[in-house]
Each structure stands twice: as structure tokens, then as C-alpha cells.
Design a protein around this ligand. Structure first.
Ligand SMILES: [Fe+2]
Ligand SMILES: [Fe+2]
Length: 175
């Protein structure tokens, strides 16, 4: 991808998810390990970016899907330490939906189903849209990269995304 195209892509992606990405509560996901040493934040941003790209290629609802993808694991606890009545694998998508609506705007029906079905085929809620299938695919690609130590390939792209968000005035209150 040439520099100009990359710049446009980063700009459009920041338009779609920048408010969520720069929020303190989403940034807090940096403290939770998701797949071994990979944080929930890092995993979620990569899944969101992949979902955005794939939905663009397939001419699907890019913004709606990328926002749901960024919040698909928005469960805000250390699942290695904190246990719940239900196993994490079934519990965390429901917690992510609850937190998404608590901290941000109400989800659309499509976004809610995307988050609840992202563990498909392991979870009982089936995907009901093409965007939901894209998210399950992006999640599996990112999870595989997390587990084999290849998540770092996203570092350069994320640095450029964060640079663009800073240029727009995000993170000004960050200590
Ligand atoms: Fe998940
Ligand atoms: Fe995930």
C-alpha cells in the first residue's frame, strides 16, 4: 500500500473508531492479559482494524462493524485471576455487551449480535450478519497471531493510528 493510501486508511479508521479508541476506559484494557502476554487492548484493536479492512473489501458496514469489533472483548477483568459463575468463554461476550452500553452509546441489533456471537462456533448465539461472520474470522486470525507471537506485526500500523489520534487532540489528559 502506498503512503497516500495508507494515510487515507488511517484517517478513515480514526474517523470510525477514534472516540472509542482514545477513551480512558478502552485504554484500560491495556492492563488485562488476554492471550498470555498479549493484552485485551492490543488484541481488540487488531481485531477491529482487520474487521474494518475486510468489511471495506466486502462493501459491508465498516464503521458499525469496526466499533463492535473494538468492543467485542470489552469485559474489563483479568480472566486468569477473576472467576465467574459461568466459564469465561461463555460469560465474557455478555459482559462486553453490558459494558459497551454502559460506557458508550446503545449498540445496534447487528453490533449486539456481532459481540455475542464472536466465539462462534463455540458459543450458542449464531452470527446473523455478514459483519458478524467477518468478526469471527478476524478474531480467529488475531487470536492465532497472539498465540504464536506474531501480534507485533501490527505495531507500526498502530503507532500511526495513535499518532493521528494525538494530532486530533486525543490523549491530552493522559498522564
Ligand atoms: Fe472473546
Ligand atoms: Fe477476541
Amino acid at each position: 500500500m502506498n503512503g497516500e493510501k495508507r494515510k487515507l486508511l488511517i484517517n478513515d479508521y480514526c474517523d470510525a473508531v477514534g472516540d472509542l479508541l482514545a477513551s480512558d476506559i478502552v485504554q484500560q484494557m491495556r492492563q488485562y492479559p488476554h492471550h498470555r502476554t498479549v493484552s485485551t487492548f492490543w488484541h481488540s484493536v487488531y481485531v477491529s482494524y482487520l474487521t474494518y479492512r475486510l468489511c471495506g473489501r466486502l462493501r459491508l458496514s465498516q464503521r458499525e462493524a469496526a466499533r463492535a469489533a473494538l468492543l467485542h472483548d470489552f469485559y474489563l477483568y483479568n480472566w486468569y485471576l477473576e472467576k465467574h459463575a459461568e466459564y469465561h468463554i461463555w460469560y465474557h461476550p455478555k459482559e462486553a455487551v453490558k459494558n459497551a452500553e454502559l460506557y458508550f452509546e446503545p449498540l445496534t441489533a447487528k453490533q449486539k449480535n456481532m459481540i455475542l456471537s464472536h466465539m462462534w462456533p463455540l458459543f450458542v448465539e449464531p452470527p446473523k450478519s455478514k459483519e458478524a461472520y467477518v468478526l469471527t474470522l478476524a478474531d480467529k486470525i488475531a487470536a492465532t497471531k497472539d498465540l504464536i507471537g506474531l501480534s507485533g506485526t501490527f505495531t507500526d500500523m498502530y503507532a500511526q493510528i495513535e499518532k493521528e489520534l494525538k494530532r486530533r487532540g486525543a490523549f491530552e489528559n493522559r498522564s
